[in-house]
Write a protein of this length. Structure first.
Length: 317
């Protein structure tokens, strides 16, 4: 079922969903299942699976360093299919501009269609670790808006090099990212909202926000989006703080602000175990307020660990 259909079927009830990252290659997928299992208690209608960018590795060959491209976390579509089969739940693979040509993107979408996957999250992706700024892959898309257009074209039977009958093509529900505190590369929140409107106009069906820790920023973002003419569901993305280093890392990487009350609470912690509990309690209060406001879904960034997400969900669902 499509994400938007799940939201409609819920008839105003807030749903629970979460996002996982594929295991590093060579690791057992059972580790992933062990973290998903406890969260199935809360009946998530869909689970997101991230896609990692390629990266460079240097292999020593007789004293010379050979530069190679690799992916440390491959298998997004395969994991989506496995989770869908094991848990009978819809899955949402992340599809990136970075690291993929248009042809490779089409292959991913065709595979998803064959596997009965009806939802995709269309993202530009981050710059590679060695790059200061995002550089589009040769033959790939520069912006998420263009990726949305390719997916929507495929929905209409228009593939890159041929057109097929509509009943034989995919019919993907397309999610995109939104940034309550603006994307780190955007010159202003207003210009960022214009880019979001372009993605919706191109065919995006719903929005999932980047993490935020002040609900007022989400409420203002939703209101500004509505004023811009964006009328698709906007799902808040929640990430519990888990370690003290997040106080520096999250603002640096994601260009977000942390409320002073949260900073003070984390600073008062003697151990990361205490920090993790502060993160749980803060996210519970965030989630309760968002749920009371009638958000369609509460979407949690689990980053591969589920104990804190379980503690939060237990208080709400």
């Amino acid at each position: 079922m499509k994400v938007t259909d799940h939201i409609t079927k819920a008839n105003g009830k807030t749903l629970f969903s979460f996002e996982i990252i594929p295991p590093v290659k060579g690791r057992n997928i059972q580790e992933l299942y062990d973290n998903i299992d406890p969260l199935m208690e809360f009946n998530p209608p869909f689970i997101d699976v991230t896609t990692s960018r390629e990266e460079y590795v240097y292999i020593d060959r007789d004293g010379l360093l050979d530069k190679r491209v690799t992916r440390m976390r491959p298998g997004t579509v395969g994991i989506c299919a496995s989770i869908k089969h094991k848990y009978d739940v819809d899955t949402v693979p992340h599809v990136l501009c970075g690291g993929f040509t248009r042809e490779e993107t089409e292959y991913v979408l065709v595979d998803c269609h064959y596997l009965g996957i009806e939802n995709v999250m269309a993202l530009r992706g981050d710059a590679m670790k060695e790059e200061k700024y995002f550089q589009p892959t040769k033959g790939g898309h520069s912006y998420a808006c263009d990726l949305v257009k390719q997916i929507q074209d495929l929905n209409c039977g228009h593939y890159l090099h041929e057109t097929v009958e509509r009943e034989n093509c995919g019919d993907f529900c397309i999610g995109v990212a939104g940034y309550p505190e603006k994307h780190l590369e955007a010159p202003s929140l207003q210009s960022d909202l214009k880019r979001l409107k372009e993605k919706v106009d191109a065919g995006a069906d719903y929005v999932v926000t980047q993490m935020f820790f002040d609900n007022q920023k989400y409420f203002e973002f939703v209101e500004a989006a509505k004023n811009m003419g964006i009328d698709v569901p906007i799902i808040p993305g929640i990430k519990p703080i888990a370690v003290k280093r997040h106080l520096q890392l999250l603002p640096q990487v994601f260009r977000i602000d942390l409320p002073q009350d949260l900073i003070d609470a984390v600073d008062d912690c003697a151990t990361n175990k205490e920090v993790r509990q502060v993160g749980i309690e803060w996210s519970i209060q965030q989630s309760k307020e968002l749920k009371a406001a009638g958000v369609p879904v509460l979407h949690y960034y689990s980053m591969g660990k589920s104990d804190n997400i379980h503690a939060i969900a237990k208080e709400l669902f």
